[in-house]
Write a protein that binds this ligand. Structure first.
Ligand SMILES: *Cc1c(COP(=O)(O)O)cnc(C)c1O
Length: 348
């Protein structure tokens, strides 16, 4: 029932992709006069006068070793944002198709839909922040191309029940995107090992959170080879710069250091949650599978403004449905968390 060719936009199915100089010639040579680069060099050192590898094979091989997913099942984007946008552009016909999100959730799915003139349908999460499968099913029609599931979810911090996600994967004939930006902080298993079971699955991860590289802009999509081929067909030819590829490769050697940071952050998250819960203004600290906490408190907007006066900025989610009265607080350093707790304790 899942037919990737049918799901694709007609213009993308027929698209002849751009063929770069790096695509057309891949062999060994001494003299490269095929790409109109500056043959004299660059003001910077090394090979920055040359175009980078359009498919980032070295980076993908390093990711492959860590994740246990073959490189042909990996797409790298200029942040997850690019991985999200390219799916809209490849699969959704502007003014006709629709996608479903499960709010409250990450804002980029909706913004990207609007940029591409795609209708957004909303299956608001249940009161326990889990998927509303009945509502989801009712929203699906023949023009529904993608269901976006964020797990662990931003801003509610919980993971979606695995069985619920499996039900969607097994029954929806379009793409199911599981955004796992926060998966490294979660007790739950990634969906990355299930790609062979689900031809309609796209798993998004990123180097912006656990890897500590939000400044690098490196998003990862994991999917069937057929879906990755479509990504490659529609992407800008050199979407990941040489600098980004080199730095990502270097960072990927430091997986032990990153795992240490993850362990530390999870420990600090739990400590911060306990201390927040003990404050009189705090009503609920929701369980978190991420590196942030969703906290319901008295007069959340007022607390937000008072914290700003102390130079502390958190995210005000108090007007977001199901998050009424809540602030979203990133786990900081020990010192930052202490400052936050002191500032909150001094409020009355
Ligand atoms: C932070 C975040 C991302 C990361 O986006 P990048 O463009 O890779 O920085 C993706 N999804 C969710 C849900 C996030 O919260």
């Amino acid at each position: 029932m899942f037919d990737l060719e049918k799901l694709l936009r007609d213009n993308i199915r027929q698209l002849v992709p751009y063929s770069s100089a790096r695509d057309e010639f891949k062999g060994e040579a001494q003299v490269f006069l095929d790409a109109n680069e500056n043959s004299l060099g660059s003001p910077l050192t090394k090979w920055y006068n040359r175009y980078p590898d359009p498919h980032q094979w070295k980076v993908k091989e390093a990711i492959s070793k860590i994740k246990g997913v073959p490189p042909q099942h990996i797409f790298l984007g200029n942040g997850s944002d690019e991985c999200i946008d390219l799916l809209f552009r490849a699969f959704c016909v502007p003014g006709k198709d629709n996608v479903i999100i499960n709010p409250p959730t990450y804002g980029m799915y909706e913004v990207s839909a609007h940029i591409n003139d795609i209708e957004i349908r909303r299956a608001t999460l249940l009161d326990d922040f889990q998927l509303d499968l009945v509502h989801l099913e009712n929203l699906v029609d023949e023009n529904t191309k993608i269901i976006w599931i964020c797990s662990p979810n931003n801003p509610t911090a919980n993971s979606m029940n695995r069985q619920d996600v499996e039900i969607v994967l097994n029954n929806f004939p379009g793409l199911v995107v599981v955004d796992e930006a926060y998966i490294n902080f979660s007790r739950h298993k990634s969906f990355i090992q299930e790609l062979s079971d689900y031809p309609n699955l796209v798993v998004l991860q990123t180097m912006s959170k656990a890897w500590g590289l939000a400044g690098l802009r490196m998003g990862m999509a994991f999917a069937s080879e057929a879906i990755i081929k479509i990504y490659n067909k529609v992407k800008p030819p050199y979407n990941i710069s040489q600098v980004n590829q080199e730095l990502a490769l270097k960072a990927l050697e430091e997986v032990d250091q990153v795992n240490d940071m993850i362990r530390q952050l999870v420990g600090m998250r739990e400590a911060l949650a306990r201390e927040l819960a003990a404050l009189p203004i705090v009503r609920v600290v929701y369980p978190s599978d991420a590196n942030f906490l969703l906290v319901k408190m008295d007069n959340a907007r007022g607390v937000y403004e008072d914290l700003l006066k102390d130079g502390i900025v958190v995210r005000d989610r108090s007007k977001v449905e199901l998050c009424e009265g809540c602030l979203r607080i990133t786990v900081g350093t020990e010192k930052e968390n202490m400052e936050l707790l002191e500032a909150l304790a001094s409020l009355r």
